[in-house]
Design a protein around this ligand. Structure first.
Ligand SMILES: NC(=O)c1ccc[n+]([C@@H]2O[C@H](COP(=O)([O-])OP(=O)(O)OC[C@H]3O[C@@H](n4cnc5c(N)ncnc54)[C@H](OP(=O)(O)O)[C@@H]3O)[C@@H](O)[C@H]2O)c1
Length: 320
């Protein structure tokens, strides 16, 4: 298969494009930041520019487009709602239109479309986004499915290694703890998160099965962010004393956060005949990737000097 991954310098994009390129012909679309030594072809450019989407499709000629590019920083979306709408809603609609008759589309969405009051959400449950990020992503889902009902919309939550070491919660816990810094973990935010490379395997199975429509594509286990931090600390041989339990409501974040974002992915596991990845095995693999130097491989794509892998080693943030 020929697969085009947008946002290929992002947390999901770089891991997905790298995994997919083991078996498929992959092109990664990157915005301003070409990646050195990535194992896939690249197209560089801002997708918001006139004609950029069509040019990208002409160049890559994909069978599938996996659209990962987004304004994914929840608090940045509150500050720049117009940009969030442009990137998270209007761009996916334009991509769906441009893909019509030439490529199948996967739109990567988020668990945050739900208000988190109940948790355990299936694809039948009605979303109720609390933040501008979540609203614009939900509107993006609707724009895609209205234009192309055969597209896949995949609601996800991820952790893993990223090119600057700062994009995922797991990296943030890991590097702060490694630097001996205390971290705070929310006891009242629950997620069914999974390792980026596990998600890549799930998405590729969905392509192979030629699926369409809305799917929850998450891990098997619902855990609080505090428990998640503790599991990381224990794998680092620590007793967890550097991890403090806190409530998200007491934290004063700019955008409203949902409490229980655990999703039910039974629909997906039935159609792809695969069990959902477990959090403990995902974390085992996260540490295996560290042990074999995978974070360095990603960092070298943007920084050959690599003076210090740990972005928090000089004293960094210890909040969550
Ligand atoms: N991270 C999570 O835990 C999480 C959870 C749920 C859902 N998701 C969803 O998963 C997807 C991937 O998230 P992520 O965490 O990998 O995001 P990320 O690390 O912030 O990466 C986003 C990517 O989009 C690119 N991009 C942004 N604006 C662009 C533009 N105008 N033209 C071209 N590229 C542009 C960025 O490139 P530049 O940086 O060079 O601008 C970057 O490569 C998103 O759809 C997000 O909503 C993520």
């Amino acid at each position: 298969m020929r697969i085009l991954v947008t946002g290929a310098s992002g947390l999901l994009g770089v891991n997905l494009a790298s995994e997919a390129s083991r078996e498929h012909e992959v092109t990664g679309q990157v915005n301003a930041l070409p990646l050195q030594g990535a194992g896939f072809e690249q197209i560089t450019g801002d997708l918001m520019e006139d004609g950029a989407v069509e040019q990208m499709l002409d160049q890559a000629r994909p069978d599938w487009v996996i659209h990962c590019a987004a304004l994914a920083d929840v608090d940045a979306c509150e500050k720049e709602p117009d940009l969030a709408k442009q990137v998270n809603t209007l761009l996916p609609g334009r991509i769906a239109k441009a893909c019509a008759g030439r490529a199948k589309l996967v739109y990567i969405s988020t668990d945050a479309v739900f208000d988190g009051i109940r948790g355990g959400y299936t694809e039948e449950d009605i979303p109720n986004p609390l933040s501008i990020y979540a609203r614009t992503k939900l509107d993006g889902e609707e724009a895609v499915l209205k234009t192309d009902p055969a597209a896949i919309v995949a609601r996800i939550n991820i952790f893993g290694w990223s090119i600057f070491g700062k994009r995922s919660l797991a990296e943030w816990f890991f590097y702060n703890l490694q630097a001996g810094l205390p971290v705070k973990g929310f006891t009242d935010v629950f997620i069914t998160t999974q390792l980026t490379t596990d998600l890549a395997g799930m998405l590729l199975a969905m392509l192979a099965g030629n699926l369409s429509g809305l799917y929850h594509v998450v891990g098997a286990d619902c855990a609080s962010k505090y428990d998640f931090a503790l599991q990381i600390a224990r794998r680092m041989g620590m007793d967890g004393s550097l991890v403090s339990p806190v409530s998200v409501d007491a934290y004063g974040l700019k955008a409203a956060r949902s409490h229980n974002l655990c999703l039910d992915a039974t629909k997906l596991s039935r159609v792809i005949h695969k069990p959902l990845p477990q959090l403990s095995t995902g974390l085992d693999r996260f540490f295996e990737q560290y042990a074999r130097g995978y974070p360095q491989v990603l960092r070298k794509m943007v920084d050959n000097s690599m003076e210090n892998l740990n972005p928090y080693a000089q004293g960094g943030s210890s909040g969550n």
